[in-house]
Write a protein that binds this ligand. Structure first.
Ligand SMILES: NC(=O)c1ccc[n+]([C@@H]2O[C@H](COP(=O)([O-])OP(=O)(O)OC[C@H]3O[C@@H](n4cnc5c(N)ncnc54)[C@H](O)[C@@H]3O)[C@@H](O)[C@H]2O)c1
Length: 377
């Protein structure tokens, strides 16, 4: 067996997700040097201490220019992926970027262009692809078991703890909508399962914001995409469920009907229910943020990254992160979302927001500049 060099990893953003992925990196045999950066010195220093990382700085450029760095994880807040992704791509580093690629379609296009021009391998954190149930479905749909897709429906219901945690670090919440931030996961899942033949040519959507307008975001967006072959897909998300709802984060249902069959996925996590005299609290616990949530009933496994057993994360984010290490270390083919798919996802989620805003059908594809000028009007 040929000797392989250990890879040097930079983790940009040391919050909940950066911490999970960096902790896995520490245990992966092919990863050697680990450097960290975060604008919050305390958060970064704590992670450095906990995983005995090699380096921490608050200066992004200093970290990414270190000679040890081969690959970069971008796990900054949802609206802060662009600068580190572009710099990492320009420096030729392999990339894993958290979703969404950006929160501005023009910036997302720029990130994609830089990745394509530099030729780096870049994947985006659509973590749910790494669950056995979805991989099994994908394999069968790819093999023609349901024939050609004619109609699909996606329903995502989320506890409002998710948007509450999401928006806490920024006042500019214009584009932190349910579709851009979280619906993107179920949109990606459905588009991925339907495969490259699903080409949306229009979207008609509506939103409501009765509950979460004080938080600066919307409650729900429901829409219908039409594909170039006439297939229809109803994509729906509401992230305003009460904090007492037993689902800690995400509950999903997907139905896809084809000319030869149907696939019906129940992923609401109602199959493992715990009730306790003790509060189950929030599943999402960023440092320095206390979420008030009295929940005595919990749908276990509804926290998308996974669950903790004896201090270790088990679940899709472990599979996804370790698969990415295999991908960059040994060139393994993996089902990660590409940057191009992530850009498509952002365009579709923002097109839903534009349709809801204009209260009319939007033709697709749409140019990123046109999309943004419509949303900024
Ligand atoms: N793949 C998944 O299943 C999944 C799950 C949750 C969150 N996410 C995504 O992961 C990302 C991080 O989420 P999180 O829950 O870890 O958030 P978090 O708030 O816990 O961590 C984000 C960290 O980024 C830092 N940061 C923000 N802007 C920065 C900048 N410009 N430069 C340096 N550091 C900066 C913050 O100080 C914070 O420590 C988000 O994009 C989120 O959408 C993905």
């Amino acid at each position: 067996m040929s000797e392989r060099k250990e890879l040097g990893l930079a983790v940009v953003g040391c919050g909940v997700v950066g911490r999970m992925r960096a902790t896995l990196a520490k245990d992966f045999p092919g990863i050697g040097w680990i450097g960290l950066t975060d604008m919050n010195q305390k958060v970064g220093e704590n992670l450095k201490k906990d995983i005995q990382a090699d380096f921490f700085t608050t200066d992004l450029k200093e970290l990414l220019n270190r000679p040890e760095v081969d690959a970069v994880i971008v796990a900054t807040s949802t609206w802060a992926h662009v600068e580190p992704s572009i710099l990492a791509a320009e420096l030729g580093h392999s990339l894993m970027i958290e979703k969404p690629l950006a929160t501005d379609a023009r910036e997302s296009a720029k990130v994609l262009e830089t990745i394509n021009t530099s030729g780096v391998d870049a994947v985006v954190g659509y973590t749910q692809r790494f669950r056995r149930r979805f991989l099994a479905v994908k394999e069968r749909v790819d093999n023609g078991q349901i024939g050609d897709v004619t109609a699909a429906v996606t329903r995502a219901f989320m506890n409002r703890m998710a948007p509450t945690g999401e928006v806490r670090l920024t006042k500019d919440r214009r584009f932190l909508t349910p579709m851009v931030v979280s619906g993107t996961h179920s949109l990606d899942m459905c588009m991925w399962i339907m495969g490259p033949s699903a080409k949306p040519v229009s979207i008609f959507a509506r939103s409501t914001e009765k509950i979460l307008s004080d938080l600066g975001t919307k409650d729900a967006t429901f829409g219908v995409f039409t594909m170039d072959n006439g297939a229809i897909w109803s994509m729906n998300i509401c992230w305003a469920l009460p904090k007492a709802w037993p689902g800690a984060v995400y509950g999903l249902e997907i139905g896809i009907v084809g000319t030869k069959g149907v696939v019906d996925i129940e992923d609401t996590h109602r199959d493992v229910v715990m009730a306790s005299e003790f509060s189950q609290g929030p599943a999402y616990r960023p440092e320095d943020f206390v979420m008030e949530a009295e929940r005595n009933v919990d749908f276990l496994t509804s926290f998308p990254p996974g669950d903790i057993y004896e201090g270790e994360l088990w679940g899709p984010m472990r599979e996804e992160t370790n698969s990415w290490f295999q991908r960059i270390y040994s060139g393994k083919n993996t089902p990660h979302a590409t940057a191009s798919e992530a850009h498509r996802n952002l365009m579709l989620t923002m097109a839903m927001d534009l349709s809801a805003k204009r209260q009319c059908e939007i033709q697709l594809p749409i140019d990123p500049a046109e999309l943004m000028s419509g949303l900024e009007e």
